[in-house]
Design a protein around this ligand. Structure first.
Ligand SMILES: [Zn+2]
Length: 160
């Protein structure tokens, strides 16, 4: 598979994991020329899950794209590769589960899901992610979201 960094076609697979629905396999790869690590996805061809935005527009859910955003937020954070892989896996599984029948997931729901997972793994990364994530269109909304995550830990129930 072509290395996104140096275009070399020689790589080795570090890890392969299948999602729980059995519909996709993600492989962690390492380029043999430049050691860059990247992920490839192999999927059963089926109707993709669509993200429904606030204004009703739909965009195909792409784990690759989400993963890039997540990894960017985690840059230089003290989080192990394994923890990140596990989190990405849980997110992918949840999206697949929630979109099982309708093949749709509202962008807000997706944002909440990712934010909750990230908040558990690394609070700083969660805040970084939230601040760039498109679903949070206003600052107020973003602050409310962080507050609701903080409150959720005290098991005081959700306000929504
Ligand atoms: Zn390379």
């Amino acid at each position: 598979m072509r290395c996104p960094l140096c275009n070399s076609l020689e790589d080795k697979v570090l890890e392969s994991r299948q999602n729980s629905a059995g519909t996709s396999i993600r492989r962690r790869r390492e380029c043999l020329s430049c050691s860059y690590r990247f992920t490839s996805y192999e999927r059963v061809e089926e109707k993709p899950v669509m993200i429904v935005k606030k204004d009703g527009r739909r965009e195909q859910f792409r784990m690759e794209k989400l993963e890039r955003g997540i990894l960017r937020a985690l840059e230089k954070r003290p989080v192990s590769q394994t923890t990140v892989e596990d989190m990405l896996h849980r997110i992918e599984d949840t999206v697949e589960m929630q979109g099982r029948f309708t093949r749709e997931i509202p962008s807000k729901e997706l944002g909440d899901l990712v934010l909750q997972e990230m908040y558990r793994v690394d609070k700083v990364a969660a805040i970084r992610f939230a601040s760039v994530y498109k679903a949070f269109e206003t600052e107020d909304e973003f602050i409310q979201e962080i507050e609701s995550l903080t409150l959720a830990k005290d098991s005081s129930g959700t306000s929504r």
